[in-house]
Design a protein around this ligand. Sequence first.
Ligand code: MRU
Length: 380
Amino acid sequence: MADEHRESPEGAAAPTAFALRWEEPPEGPVVVLLDQTRLPAEEVELVCTDVPMLVEAIRSLAVRGAPLLGIAGAYGVALAAVRGFDVDEAAESLAHARPTAVNLGYGVRRAAAAYHAAVRDGADPERAAAAALAEARTLHGEDAEASERMAGHGRALLDELLPAGGYRILTHCNSGALVSGGEGTALAVVKAVHRAGQLRRLWVDETRPLFQGSRLTAYEAARAGMAYTLLTDNAAGSLFAAGEVDAVVIGADRIAADGSVANKVGSYPLAVLARYHHVPFIVVAPTTTVDPDTPDGAAIEVEQRPGHEVTDVILPHAPAAPGAEAALGVPVAPLGTQAFNPAFDVTPPELVTAIVTERGVVAPVTEGGIAELCDRSRSG
Ligand code: MRU
């Protein structure tokens, strides 16, 4: 595949490569992923022929980001069904591949429910598998539609909150086409602002330890022709202090019933900074990311990742040593150093200015507002 990102200067637009697709070659159906651990160095496809491969791709972050995890989970169930594996076993291992993004379990459950409903209706395994695949495709399409709607609502909200004349938006992690059936969540909003000629600058947090900001968001921003600047996560404070940030716009992995938002670690400090500097802190997520069964932030399970992601700077595209579990890293701490490596943190609702979903905006962010959103969601 062409490595076009290096030739994409500000102002030139090139679509982001696909994130995930279902294919049916003669050897049998597969889930094809763009291996996100290899970006931006190279665009490499990862062809998953079975569920264990897909589970490993989820764990290693080859496929990642809340909405895409849901889509991947649904196609994973379909893959098991079409290839004649045990669907419930597949669903169980997929749903538990990562714990925080609620979309993963949601996607898995939807495809598994479609499969079981078909079986109950007397379908043979082939037709039941087709039902699971159809559900995965539906979810994929719904996510693309949700993305477009979020982009519209989010742009309108920024126009309402900020004076005209070009916005300087700070984002964290990656929430674009690489995590979605469409253009993404938070980054879809930024893209809409950019297309409307209102984006003065996108500030991109590099997002330690795995660099989803510098590797993935900068990749998407460059391809979209945005004016963007990369910063280390801990440089954000200086930017706020200098009055250089008009809004923070980020995604979410899980939103609890009280409006607490789990997102990539480093989001909460941004919310604190934003409040101190009177800057709107906006969360963009589809309603599939809202989990009414998780009462509050304390109940959100935060994934803890291996310490070597912190003690070493991981070069994901470097080959793993034979027998090694992970790609090679450059040590940046003495051998044996213990590391604290939560993948996410939780921002309390009182620090969130608004939550933008495909069904509209929740502001202020309260338990009642979230409940109303869930009701709207259920009533279609
Ligand atoms: O660990 P990752 O890369 O899967 O984390 C992803 C994020 O934290 C995103 O910000 C989140 O999924 C929202 S993007 C839709």
